[in-house]
Design a protein around this ligand. Structure first.
Ligand SMILES: Nc1nc2c(ncn2[C@@H]2O[C@H](COP(=O)(O)OP(=O)(O)O)[C@@H](O)[C@H]2O)c(=O)[nH]1
Ligand SMILES: [Mg+2]
Length: 378
């Protein structure tokens, strides 16, 4: 039996769950000593929660990752009190914690319209300041998506998510042979030999049509956004929601799960994902597995099995495909190892990104006018 298949590997990283930005309030305007005029205050930088935006979009919108508010105008004979500089606003999704580089919390965005002031503009020059203006506050901030867990289990009801969570961790989720047992994310922790802990969430029942808000719909999909990795849990022998709904083979289930996530947001599919084929202890599981592997390797040839609207635009490339049995524990150790390895890789990539950004800033501070190339070297 192929216990771990490495059929498709691809580079991930499209999903953004944190973002570091340089923010600077505008400088104040000059005062006018002769007439006692006061310069305008520099503009402030705000982070504001908005609907239908993701951190990835914010990142794409500001490739330089620099946000500087406008300077206050100088006091003049015509306008003794200078105007305030323009504020700079960055829109961000809800469910974000805004911190400084040293992790001091500046605020949270929990509802649309919530605002956090991240860099104050400088005061304009006035009598008390010898008519000289202050510079705006400048610093790095981080926008971090609040995560539910490192890993999210995604699958239709009855696939064995709760059973798998119990096997992976010390959680005691409710396991039942009828759908919709899990109504809210159930959390467990995988303990590794080196004491590292990884949290896993059994996410509430996804069903066909979730993107149209069927079942737990968007609530479910919002949970999926807040994990670093996805584990698709599929019953290798197929699934039927109820006597009235169509029977879905494992291949169709994989397609449908992919489609639901894709319809909600393309970005979701750029998270590292594993495909776990559960219930390998069942009598005809081996044969079903073979069939499925053939179909996954030639997805286009089998697209006709589903109505057009249910075929995902892009087929999901799983990091690994793991046949397991949550009942007997077969394949569980392999799954734990894969999860750990991928999380470690993600963490290393994030640290490397941060180091690169810090190095670049140091260079810019030391040699402000030196030319930059695309690799960030000067
Ligand atoms: N034979 C077999 N049954 C399983 C396995 N994993 C789960 N089940 C059964 O499948 C049913 C649904 O499991 P559950 O964990 O509640 O699925 P969930 O709805 O995805 O959380 C239960 O009756 C489990 O006992 C497995 O590996 N092998
Ligand atoms: Mg369950």
């Amino acid at each position: 039996m192929v216990w771990i298949s490495r059929v498709c590997l691809r580079k991930y990283g499209g999903f953004v769950d944190n973002l570091r930005l340089y923010v600077k309030g505008g400088s104040g305007g000059m005062g006018l000593p002769r007439l006692g005029g006061q310069g305008g205050k520099g503009g402030d930088v705000w982070v504001i929660a908005k609907e239908s935006i993701t951190l990835k979009k914010v990142k794409d919108m500001y490739p330089q990752k620099r946000l500087v508010a406008g300077v206050g105008t100088n006091s003049s004979i015509r306008a003794l009190k200078g105007d305030k500089g323009n504020d700079q606003q960055v829109f961000a999704p809800t469910g974000i914690v805004v911190t400084t580089d040293d992790r001091r919390i500046l605020g949270e965005l929990n509802a649309v319209g919530d605002k956090v002031l991240v860099a104050r503009g400088g005061q304009g020059g006035s009598f008390h300041m010898g008519y000289l203006p202050n510079k705006g506050q400048a610093r790095h901030i981080r926008l971090d998506l609040k995560l539910i867990a490192d890993v999210g289990l995604v699958g239709f009801p009855n696939a064995g998510k709760s059973s798998l969570l119990a096997k992976l961790s010390h959680a005691r989720p409710q396991v039942a042979s009828y759908p919709f047992t899990t109504l809210r994310p159930e959390l467990g922790k995988i303990m590794y030999n080196d004491y590292k802990q990884v949290s896993v969430a059994d996410l509430p029942g996804l069903i066909e049509g979730a993107h149209m808000n069927k079942g737990m719909g968007h609530k479910f999909l919002k949970h999926v956004e807040r994990t670093k990795q996805l584990v698709f849990v599929v019953d290798v022998c197929g699934f039927q929601l109820s006597a009235k709904s169509p029977f879905r083979t494992a291949f169709e289930t994989v397609q449908l799960l992919t489609k639901e996530l894709e319809l909600y947001s393309d970005e979701m599919l750029s998270k590292p994902a594993f495909l776990v084929l559960n219930k390998m202890d069942l009598p005809d599981a081996e044969q079903k597995l073979e069939e499925l592997m053939g179909q996954l390797q030639n997805q286009k040839d089998f697209a006709h099995l589903l109505p057009d609207a249910m075929v995902p635009k892009s087929s999901l490339s799983f990091r690994q495909i793991l046949p397991v049995s949550a009942l007997t524990g077969h394949g569980i150790e392999d799954l734990k190892a894969c999860i750990r390895q991928t999380l470690d890789e993600q963490a290393a990539a994030e640290t490397a990104d941060l180091h690169r950004a810090c190095l670049q800033e140091l260079r810019e501070t030391a040699w402000p006018n030196s030319p930059k190339d695309s690799t960030g070297t000067v």
